[in-house]
Ligand binder design. Structure first.
Ligand SMILES: Cc1ncc(COP(=O)(O)O)c(C=O)c1O
Length: 401
């Protein structure tokens, strides 16, 4: 009998970061050891474990038998702690503005489901984290990319945004710090973005700030703290800054300075109720992270910054690579300067994987148009592993000339 067809919308979904894992798994099954610098999961690398006090809080919640459903919008204690944390970033967040989700990824699905219709547009940075392209399509909407400037630290190209704005753009996305480029937007740039959105009455901003505690410039600014009129969905959670991505806890916080989100908020709440709740004990683990001292973060960040600096040094010495130094997150978006690879970054990644057993992600997986000719590297591995990876990348580049 022939196969039962899947929906077209499902078969069109791509997730480059995990797609390249398939050939790597085959090589591993053959007995090869792969240096994996592909996945933005800090737990996949040594030395950056989820802090003990958070794990204890999760375990204690389990021991108390807190294994039932929790309220659909999140545990009230956690919503309050998140609101306090957002207030510390400069805006009047109340616990009722906070909705706890199964990660930022679920928050995105809910926001898109609550705001997008057939024909709507999402304006997202190019390159970007892949779900910003994949999910809007599920609702008949389209993602248009605005340009990040590859020659100027991957800064936002505001003229490009202005050219692409129209009545159909419902959501203007800023990922700050950015995945995959590591660019951090300044407060002036954020003000500029808000002033563009202000001209379009049905436009809201998504501020994906999941890497905000991994800002090494010292200049991170919350978008919600700057907006006096444009509604902002702030996204954050436990995955990156609190080093617990497998817990699947994140949130959206709604900033609605001139009360224009009554209907959208109602839609979001209906959707949240229909999917029941986020994991109850994991919310208690996140609560401990928010409420207890965060001095441990400094040591973690120092390690990450030292690894970033090593990568920048190594890249500067390799003929065939170029990079704009990232200001935050734990990614580098590295340019392949040889025209052979510039035009086929996926082949570069696959050939490197097969010949040298180093796994990266091709830049075109983050944007067909604006990521081409690059690869993304996660710099969370220890320095000896990073050095070995760069030795192999260098050997590969020089042999392939
Ligand atoms: C920009 C960005 N947003 C969201 C996520 C996923 O967040 P979560 O684990 O909370 O779903 C990632 C993961 O890499 C990311 O890079």
């Amino acid at each position: 009998m022939s196969d039962i067809p899947a929906s077209k919308r499902a078969t069109q979904i791509e997730y480059a970061i995990r797609d390249v894992v398939v050939p790597a798994t085959v090589l591993e099954a053959e007995g090869h050891e792969i240096i994996k610098l592909n996945i933005g999961d800090p737990i996949a690398y040594p030395g950056l474990p989820t802090p003990d006090h958070m794990i204890r809080a999760f375990q204690e919640s389990l021991s108390r038998g807190e294994t039932g459903y929790s309220p659909s919008y999140g545990l009230p204690v956690l919503r309050s702690a998140i609101a306090v944390d957002e207030q510390s970033k400069g805006w009047g967040c109340s616990p009722d503005d906070v909705y706890v989700c199964h990660g930022v990824t679920e928050a995105l699905q809910i926001i898109f489901a609550a705001t997008l219709e057939e024909g709507c547009k999402v304006l997202a940075p190019g390159p970007h984290y892949p779900p910003y392209m994949a999910y809007p399509q599920l609702f008949g909407a389209e993602t248009i990319e605005y340009r990040l400037d590859a020659d100027d630290g991957w800064r936002v190209d505001f003229a490009d945004i202005e050219r692409k704005m129209d009545e159909e753009v419902r959501l203007l996305v800023l990922i700050n710090p950015n995945n995959p480029t590591g660019n951090v937007a300044s407060s002036d740039e954020i003000d500029k973005l808000i002033s563009i959105a202000e001209k379009w009455p049905n436009c809201m901003i998504i501020a994906d700030e999941i890497y905000d505690g991994l800002d090494f410039t010292g200049n991170h600014v919350s978008v919600a703290s700057r907006s006096k009129s444009v509604p902002v969905f702030t996204l954050n959670g436990v995955s990156k800054v609190y080093y617990a991505p497998g817990w699947r806890i994140g949130y959206m916080a709604l900033h609605d300075p001139v009360n224009r989100l009554t209907e959208v908020r109602d839609g979001i709440e209906r959707l949240l109720r229909s999917r029941l709740c986020a994991s109850t004990p994991a919310q208690m683990g996140y609560l401990a992270g928010l409420e207890q001292p965060r001095d441990w973060m400094q040591g973690y960040s120092q390690k990450v910054v030292a690894q970033r600096d090593l990568c920048l040094q190594r890249i500067s010495e390799i003929d065939g690579l170029d990079v704009q130094a990232p200001g935050g997150a734990f990614y580098m978006f590295v340019r392949l300067t040889d025209p052979m690879w510039e035009n086929d970054d996926k082949k570069f990644v696959l050939d490197l994987l097969h010949q040298e057993h180093v796994l990266l992600v091709h830049g075109s997986g983050f944007s067909e148009e604006m990521g081409r000719g690059h690869f993304r590297l996660v710099y969370l591995a220890n320095t000896d592993v990073l050095n070995e990876a760069f030795d192999r990348i260098n050997r590969f580049l020089q042999h392939s000339r």
